[in-house]
Structure formats: structure tokens, C-alpha cells
Ligand binder design. Structure first.
Ligand code: PMP
Length: 423
């Protein structure tokens, strides 16, 4: 559903002239947005769209509490972390209260990519290895180092020798024993690295496997794989950029859903409700050892305005009971979608947890054969009906739903009604 470079109209032409080949626009006829409020985005032509795609503004677009917190802080003080500013430490303490006690140090960055870049370097330092195990369609970010562990964006060539990609934890691959099958693949990957003379540094996964196609079941399946990598001397990095901050409903973090305590956690996207901020949480001994060799400084990471935004996000999630809303509305959405799947010629599977759901779309005659064309058609049809969603997975045939944590019954039904006309 991404628009191919081509000059559609004056604004598209202007964008392509400005961003060049790096430009990525959604839809054949890209939407010009002018404003957004809550779950709704407003286009220049007057049309409004329900945002079911974007997990960044988790509380709602332009949330008044975040707007107020950011405005107040930017009018008061904004500076790097080399001074003591209480709003920063207040925020870090609030954030740490959501994390396992062992992850008691947090390094703030500006993007998830920077967070994963640092996490990989910490893992190398802690393990003495350089090998990474990731999933086949993973995305972890855009730095030179992190691109090597992001097979989903590598268009030409293969992964470097120190990276092994394994199939996503799907029942289509592993059958009924996802935990055992996935752990066996991790063990194989450790061996492959060893044969290349490389020691494993980490298993790095997005704990909801969002770009692989969204895999959360059976709850706890990741444990076995993490044990394998730890037994081999590697560490476990939980990339929480996608599932983190209450979206799982049952739990605040994706790793919690699996009953795991990671060695390193990275986070970003919804952390500032749109204010760019991200972080790495880790064990103090990892940072001590790393910082003894090389320093780390980030000019904008952990600035007071980011801390104010982050604090407003945590406070609102808690005070408005948004994790419970994600659980309750996620269960409703999933149940309705499972019901729709039974009647549909195209919906092969409905997966996910809380307000992070995936819907596999297949061919009319055999819905178990993935159909990326039909998926694009549905996404475009939903756009026409005023709903924004995206696609993920190996075949680009999994509809990816990430509505706001504030999702209401009206918004859920608006989406369900629009989707039912497409499938
Ligand atoms: N990890 C995951 C799982 C992501 O989905 C992304 C962004 N899509 C990143 C890391 C990178 O985050 P950022 O774009 O903030 O650098």
C-alpha cells in the first residue's frame, strides 16, 4: 500500500523532489494530513480518518496533557543531561517502577534505532561475543549496526556472518510446539555461529514480532529460547519499541507477557506520545563494564522536555487505566474478528494480544495461501471508508492493527463495520 515513486500530483512531486529515493508514502494517492485529535486524523480535503495504524500517539493525537507538559517544560528549561534537572530523575524513577528491579539503569536516546545500537554494543561487551540471533523479517532500526540485524529492510545481499535469522514463531512453521521449535532454531543458530568461529552475543527480538506478522501465543513460549541463548553465554535483548507501554493489555511490557526478565530492554515509539524519545534499560554491571572501555553521550537523549512528555504518558496510562482498556477492548476486537474470520473467505487467522492484533489475509479459494494483493486492496478500501491500518509479515499479507490505547467501543465498531465490507 506504499505509493510507488511516481509523480501523482503537485504535492507528491514536491515531496519526491525533497526526500528523493528515501521517500516512503502510504497509498497510491497519498493523504495530505493537516491536523489530528484523539483517534482521528484530518486531511486537507476535509475527510477524517480513524487512526488504527499508529502506535506512537498511544494516548491520542495531540493529547492535552502531553501538549501542556511539553509546552511548560520547553518554556522553562531544556538542556542535555550534564546538569541535574529533577524532572529527568523523577521520570526515570517512574519508568523504572514499570521495569524489573534488576534493570535499574536507564540510558535515554532519541530513537529506537539508537537504543538498539547501544543495546547491541552492551551485549557484545557483556558476553564477549559478536553474534546476534534475530527473526527473518525483523526490523530493529536504521543505524549501520542495527541495519545488520534488520533483515526486513535489506533489499540486496545477505546478512553478515555474525547475524543468523530464524523463522518467526509461527504455528505454520513450528506446528503445535512453538516454544520447543523456536528454541531449537535458536540452538541451531548458536551452532551456526560457532561453526563460523563466532560466539553468540544476544538473542534480539521484538517481543510481539510485529514486522514478522505478530506472534504472541502461546503465552510464555519465548522462555525456552532465552534459556538456550543464556546457556550459550549470550544475553537476551527485549525490543519493546512496538509492544511496550501497556499495549499488551495483560502486561505493561511484551517480555512480561512471557514471564521473562531480559538483560537489556529497548523502548521508543509510544514513550513520548509523539515526542521523539527512546531508552535502553539494563543491569548496572553491563553499563559499568561498557563505560570503562568507551563513553556514551547523547546530546538530546533524556532532555527535560522528553522527560516531561514521558512522565505525562506514564501518568495518563495509569490514571486513565489505559492498560485495562487495552486488555478489555483488545479482547472485544479479537473476539469480533475471530467471529468475522469464520464467515470470511479471506481471513485465515487472527492473532495477537491486547491492542496489537494481526489478521492473515489469504486467497478467496484457499484462504491459507497468503494474498498480499488482496491485503493491499483491503487497506485501500479501509482508507476509502476512513480507517488507517497497515500490513506486516513475510508476505505482506497480515493486516496490522494498533489502535490507540484509548480505543472506544464506537471506534472499534467503526473499524469492524468497515472491515466487514472488505472481507
Ligand atoms: N525496533 C522496532 C521493533 C521497531 O519497530 C522500530 C521502528 N519501526 C525500531 C526498533 C526503530 O525505532 P526508530 O524508528 O525510533 O529508530
Amino acid at each position: 500500500f506504499e505509493a510507488k515513486p511516481g509523480k501523482h500530483n503537485k504535492n507528491v512531486e514536491r515531496r519526491l523532489d525533497n526526500l528523493g529515493a528515501a521517500s516512503v508514502l502510504f497509498y497510491q494517492n497519498p493523504i495530505e494530513m493537516v491536523s489530528a485529535q484523539g483517534a482521528w486524523m484530518h486531511a486537507a480535503d476535509g475527510k477524517r480518518y480513524l487512526d488504527f495504524y499508529n502506535n506512537v500517539p498511544c494516548l491520542g493525537h495531540c493529547h492535552p496533557r502531553v501538549v501542556a507538559a511539553v509546552s511548560k517544560q520547553i518554556a522553562t528549561l531544556n538542556v542535555h543531561t550534564r546538569y541535574l534537572v529533577s524532572v529527568v530523575d523523577d521520570y526515570l524513577e517512574s519508568l523504572k517502577a514499570t521495569l524489573p528491579d534488576s534493570l535499574s539503569n536507564v540510558v535515554m536516546t532519541c530513537s529506537g534505532s539508537e537504543a538498539n545500537d547501544l543495546a547491541m554494543r552492551l551485549a557484545e561487551n557483556a558476553s564477549g561475543g559478536t553474534g546476534f540471533i534475530v527473526t527473518e523479517d525483523a526490523y530493529h532500526g536504521n543505524t549501520s549496526l542495527v541495519t545488520t540485524v534488520s533483515p526486513s529492510i535489506i533489499k540486496q545481499g545477505s546478512l553478515p556472518d555474525n547475524v543468523v535469522a530464524i523463522p518467526a514463531p509461527s504455528s505454520a512453521i513450528y506446528g503445535d510446539d512453538i516454544a520447543g521449535g523456536f528454541a531449537a532454531k535458536v540452538a541451531e543458530a548458536v551452532e551456526t555461529l560457532e561453526q563460523r568461529g563466532i560466539k553468540v552475543a544476544a538473542l534480539l527480538v521484538d517481543t510481539i514480532f510485529s514486522s514478522d506478522g505478530i506472534y504472541s501465543e502461546p503465552r510464555g513460549f519465548l522462555k525456552q529460547a532465552v534459556n538456550v541463548v543464556r546457556d550459550a553465554g549470550g544475553v537476551f535483548i527485549a525490543d519493546e519499541v512496538q509492544p511496550g507501554f501497556a499495549r499488551m493489555g495483560e502486561t505493561f511490557w511484551g517480555f512480561d507477557f512471557h514471564g521473562l526478565t531480559p538483560d537489556i530492554v529497548t523502548m521508543g515509539k509510544p514513550m513520548g506520545n509523539g515526542f521523539p524519545m527512546a531508552a535502553v534499560a539494563t543491569r548496572p554491571d553491563y553499563l559499568e563494564s561498557f563505560c570503562a572501555d568507551v563513553g556514551y553521550f547523547n546530546t538530546f537523549g533524556g532532555n527535560p522536555v522528553a522527560a516531561a512528555a514521558g512522565q505525562a504518558v506514564l501518568d495518563t496510562i495509569q490514571q486513565d487505566n489505559l492498560q485495562e482498556n487495552a486488555r478489555k477492548m483488545g479482547a472485544y476486537l479479537k473476539q469480533q474478528l475471530q467471529f468475522m474470520a469464520k464467515q470470511s473467505s479471506f481471513i485465515a487467522d487472527v492473532r495477537g494480544q491486547g491492542l496489537f492484533l494481526g489478521i492473515d489475509i489469504g486467497e478467496r479459494d484457499n484462504k491459507h495461501i497468503p494474498d498480499p494483493g488482496k491485503t493491499r486492496q483491503i487497506i485501500n478500501g479501509l482508507k476509502h471508508a476512513g480507517v488507517l491500518i497497515g500490513a506486516a509479515g513475510k508476505y505482506g499479507a497480515t493486516l496490522k492493527l494498533r489502535p490507540l490505547l484509548t480505543l472506544t467501543r464506537y471506534e472499534a465498531d467503526f473499524f469492524l463495520d468497515a472491515l466487514s465490507k472488505q472481507v
